[in-house]
Design a protein. Sequence first.
Length: 166
Amino acid sequence: MSAERVAICPGSFDPITLGHDDIIRRSFRMADRVIVAVAYSATQPKSGMFTVEERVEMIRETFADEPRVQPMSFQGLLVDFARAQGADLIVRGLRAVSDFEYEFQMALMNRRLWEGMETVFLAPDLEHSYLSSSLVRQIAQLGGDVSPFVPENVLRRLQARFSKPA
Ligand code: PNS
């Protein structure tokens, strides 16, 4: 019997988008279980639209149908958290060439910090290749329609937050 392969999909997820959803579901090609890990930002502890707890809750709702997804939050270094959880594979989505430099730097640094840490990059569905949480936040704040970009449960939260008083 082979050992369970645990991957980790880290990020800010403020909020989770259909692009993240796509990458997380694709990662089951390589892993039996995927930890979706929301990072507490040490440098900007108060920034963001949703709290880390809300982000984890939204991920939990999004993957209510998928027991192989384990939403968690973490503080400190990703490699330390991954190692403690028995995950030796980081999965990140690569949307465009512009993502590459930052992602490549993180992948090499993470492996330098822990030799056992590998990173794989997955290409998203073309439809999601221009999507980002920051654009979703901006569009929602300005009253635009984000329904094509986020799961239903996230849409409801955004609508509740930005609904205009009648
Ligand atoms: O969605 P994001 O904001 O691009 O995700 C960035 C994230 C959370 C993956 C990265 O900032 C991270 O791993 N933070 C944890 C702290 C850490 O390990 N930093 C060193 C990375 S080489």
